[in-house]
Design a protein around this ligand. Structure first.
Ligand code: NAI
Length: 297
């Protein structure tokens, strides 16, 4: 596939300025783009502004940015509650709550707002990009762009192409993300995309191994740390992610793909039901002295 950019991107709209949207707005503003951030009300705008100020303020403290650069960056971002302000956007990235209905209503509304050649992207982590795209009159210009959290730090972005995404839209988004210093990878529209499909299959297998008393939790984790060079073993990583979150992700992937790799190991559900959620509750596969503290038992 050609990597040549056929579109000029200079103004980027971001809808939803929560954890991901604020981070995505920062990524584009850091790279000189004009950003229009849209929230649903003034309180949302205020939260988004605080998030941006806090995140860039941290970069200043760590001497990764000067206060002048911070002011310039923030000056490139306009925050608004008016979707109509996106009329000038070359690209719109939607990062609102993970609800199919809310996302579809936004892609429907964008029809009457953005230019016909504007590219539309959704940051969904588990919903069908194809289904979201059909709410728009031009689904061929819609892709998924799955940024990782925190967006300004994580280099991977998964681009999800649907069966109707136009090749030039895909190539342009790939080129754009590379120009931001990201590593874009492309995959089809299936829950989990590349990274979570592989990661959670592996994590689930580790749980099944533990559940079957094949090896101790310490030995399973040690094998992957010292044998494969992973920074954390799978069971410690699951405790960090949260066993409830991990269960939901596996369950969604299993229901969609019916790949038994993703059928949640029964003990995972039992732990969640019993309130053992990992670090955040003080106990999961390991026990922690206080929520979010290192392993003690
Ligand atoms: P969040 O709950 O922190 O932020 C969502 C924001 O959208 C809120 O500020 C809310 O006020 C705003 N919003 C809701 N409806 C709106 C509307 N109609 N117009 C404008 N703004 C609206 O959620 P978060 O975590 O940032 O997730 C956003 C999306 O990114 C979801 O689709 C999620 O699945 C995905 N995602 C989340 C990751 C994470 O680690 N949190 C990682 C990668 C993707």
């Amino acid at each position: 596939m050609s990597d040549e950019i056929t579109r000029e991107f200079s103004t980027v709209g971001v809808i939803g300025l929560g954890t991901m949207g604020a981070g995505i707005a920062e990524v584009f503003a850091r790279n000189g783009f004009t950003v229009i951030g849209v929230e649903q009300n003034e309180a949302g705008v205020q939260r988004g502004r605080e998030h941006l100020e806090h995140s860039t303020g941290r970069a200043v403290k760590r001497e990764k940015m000067t206060t002048e650069q911070q002011a310039e960056l923030l000056g490139r971002i306009t925050l608004t509650t008016e979707m109509a302000d996106l009329a000038v956007a070359d690209l719109v990235v939607e990062a609102v709550v993970e609800s199919l209905e809310v996302k579809k209503s936004i892609f429907r509304a964008l029809d009457d707002i953005v230019r016909p050649d504007a590219v539309l992207a959704t940051n969904t982590s588990s919903l069908s990009v194809t289904e979201i795209s059909t709410a728009n009159a031009k689904p061929g210009r819609v892709v998924g762009v799955h940024f990782f959290n925190p967006a300004p730090v994580q280099n991977l972005v998964e681009i999800i192409r649907t069966v109707v995404t136009e090749p030039d839209v895909l190539a342009d988004v790939q080129g754009l993300l590379r120009s931001l210093g990201k590593n874009p990878v492309v995959c089809g529209d299936k829950a989990g995309f590349i990274a979570n499909t592989l990661l959670f299959g592996y994590l689930n297998h580790a749980v099944a191994m533990y559940e079957g008393k094949y090896a101790s939790r310490e030995d399973i984790d040690a094998a992957m740390r010292f044998g494969c060079g992973y920074p954390m073993g799978p069971l410690a990583l699951l405790d960090l992610i949260g066993l409830d979150t991990a269960y939901e992700i596996l369950d969604t992937m299993y229901k969609q793909g019916r790949d038994r790799l993703h059928a949640p190991a029964p003990i995972l559900k039992q732990y969640v039901t019993a309130g053992l959620l990992g670090r955040k509750s003080g106990r999961g596969f390991y026990t922690y002295e206080a929520p979010d503290s290192p392993i003690v038992v």
